[in-house]
Structures are given as structure tokens and as C-alpha cells.
Design a protein around this ligand. Structure first.
Ligand code: CP
Length: 305
């Protein structure tokens, strides 16, 4: 399977076999150090939107593989502030780097960057659209903590309208015969285009507002925050910001093996009292970003096959 020079823009760029292949390489990255694999390679890390996990885990991945990192963590310190276009910014980054990792608030900005660049572009999140590297580390986490990816009951809870991690992961899990439980206020429901896709693939899903109506059925509960920065109207955000708050009372209404995931950051939707239960895997999930992003960097730079 050849990933050399490929852009990683959307979950839809991956077949089931390719998803499983990246997970296999990620596992290898955990067991062996590969400390010089990307020696002499440079990653441009262009973050036009805030990030903790994605940016730091990409940098950690590159450092652990012996590569180097250049870039910025906000648009205001780049020449975008002086009016430079995204296209020209990418044409500059490709002069200095072998791979570009970009986060941008506008949907489609990753695809545009990939068109501009002659080096591989990895989408680290474009608006409410896609977050394919998060999707891969989410799959990796499910595989590691549940021991399998197929035939699982997966609950997605919170802001399913604007949550790009939910969009990417739901499409990925459609390859693995998941049953979907979408739990959200009606105003923040899963977009119809994704539901239509599941229908066409003859996959089962239900939509509810009350978590407790379905919680006993779930193998995985994927919690998301209400995405304040995506709401056109701040008053709408105020209405929904406390829609869900999980605490230990949840534990009376679940299967014993439930795993609770969250792409993080959390802003009140999971109480810290759940952190030390065997159900909480969200910090481990964030840690899995390192081997998964090591695998992706090594693959698109043609250093593993
Ligand atoms: N999960 C995720 O994308 O986190 P950051 O916004 O901190 O990168």
C-alpha cells in the first residue's frame, strides 16, 4: 500500500483496508523507536486556529522520528496578518518543508492547501468539516480498548452539528458495521448528509436527546463539547452550552465494558470524577495521537511502506 506523497484531507480518502493499514503501522511505531526515520525531513506546522493535542502530538511525532518542525501556532504571527492569501502561504511553506500540517477555521481550506502544495498536506482540522488524523487515533483507541472495531454500538453525544471529529469518525465506523446512537439537542443533530450516507449503506442509527434512553446499549460513548466558536449566534450557544454533564450517576446506567471517549478539550461535559474509572479512556486517546501521527508522517514521506 503506497501512501508516499499522498495528502490526508478527509476520511473519504481512505478505504477500509487503508484505515486498517495505518493502524497497523501506528502499532509498529509504539513497539520500535525509529529514532532516525525522518532525519533531514522538515514538517511545517501551520495552525490558523488554536490547538493543544493535535499540534503538540504532531510535533512530538516528528521529534521522535528525528525530524524537525517549523511553523506558527496562530495566523496573527504570520504574513496572513498583512493580507497574504492561504495559497501564497502554502507556496512559501513548500519551499521550506517536506510535509505541511495545517489547521484552518474554513471548511475546504485543507483541500485548497493540497491543490497549492507540491508536498503532502495533512488536514489537522478544517472548520466544522473534517479531522481525519483525529479519526485515525479514535479508531486506534477503540481497537486497543475494545479489542475490535466491528459490530460495536457507538454513541455520539453533544454537538453533532459542528463537531468535525464526529463527522470523520462516523464515516470511518461505517466500514465496520457499527450501530450508531446520535444523542444531541435537536438543533445540534447530526447533519442530514451523514445520516443519508448511513441509510444508503443500510447501517442502523437512532437519534435521541436523552442519553439514559440508550446508555445501557453502548460499547463506546464518544462525548463532544458544544463548539462555541462555530455558532453564528452567541445566544444560541448560551442555550446549549450545558446540554450534557456526565458524572458518576451515569455508571448505574451502562454496560460494564463501556469506554468513554472525548477528543478534548472538555468544557464541563465530563466531570473529573469519571477520570479514574475504568471507563474513561480520553487521556489515553489523546496519547494515541503520537503513534498514529508518527505512522502518517512516515507513510506520506515514503519512509515506511
Ligand atoms: N482533539 C483536538 O483536535 O484537540 P486540539 O484542538 O487541542 O488539537
Amino acid at each position: 500500500m503506497n501512501f508516499k506523497n499522498r495528502d490526508i484531507i478527509s476520511v473519504r480518502d481512505f478505504s477500509k483496508q487503508q484505515l486498517l493499514y495505518v493502524l497497523k503501522i501506528a502499532k509498529k511505531m509504539e513497539s520500535k523507536s525509529y529514532a532516525n526515520l525522518l532525519k533531514d525531513k522538515v514538517m511545517a506546522s501551520l495552525f490558523f486556529e488554536p490547538s493543544t493535542r493535535t499540534r503538540l502530538s504532531f510535533e512530538t511525532a516528528m521529534n521522535q522520528l528525528g525530524g524537525r518542525v517549523i511553523g506558527f501556532d496562530r495566523a496573527s504571527v504570520s504574513s496572513v496578518k498583512k493580507g497574504e492569501t492561504l495559497w501564497d502561504t502554502i507556496k512559501m511553506a513548500e519551499q521550506y518543508a517536506d510535509v505541511i500540517v495545517q489547521r484552518h477555521p474554513i471548511e475546504g481550506a485543507a483541500r485548497l492547501a493540497a491543490e497549492a502544495a507540491s508536498v503532502p498536506v495533512i488536514n489537522a482540522g478544517d472548520g466544522a468539516n473534517q479531522h481525519p488524523t483525529q479519526m485515525l487515533l479514535d479508531l486506534y483507541t477503540i481497537q486497543k480498548t475494545k479489542g475490535k472495531l466491528t459490530n460495536l454500538n457507538i454513541g455520539f453525544l453533544g454537538d453533532l452539528k459542528y463537531g468535525r471529529t464526529v463527522h470523520s469518525l462516523a464515516v470511518a465506523l461505517s466500514h465496520f458495521n457499527a450501530k450508531f446512537f446520535f444523542i444531541s439537542p435537536t438543533a445540534l443533530k447530526m447533519p442530514d448528509s451523514y445520516l443519508e450516507e448511513l441509510k444508503q449503506k443500510k447501517l442502523k442509527y437512532v437519534e435521541v436527546q436523552d442519553l439514559f434512553k440508550v446508555s445501557k446499549k453502548l460499547d463506546v460513548l464518544y462525548v463532544t463539547r458544544i463548539q462555541q466558536e462555530r455558532f453564528p449566534d452567541p445566544l444560541e450557544y448560551e442555550k446549549y452550552k450545558h446540554a450534557y454533564k456526565l458524572d458518576k450517576s451515569l455508571l448505574k446506567h451502562i454496560k460494564p465494558g463501556l469506554k468513554i471517549m472525548h477528543p478534548l478539550p472538555r468544557v464541563g461535559e465530563i466531570s473529573p470524577e469519571l477520570d479514574n474509572t475504568p471507563h474513561a479512556v480520553y487521556f489515553q486517546q489523546a496519547g494515541n495521537g503520537v503513534p498514529v501521527r508518527k505512522a502518517l508522517l512516515a507513510l506520506v514521506l515514503g519512509k515506511v511502506k
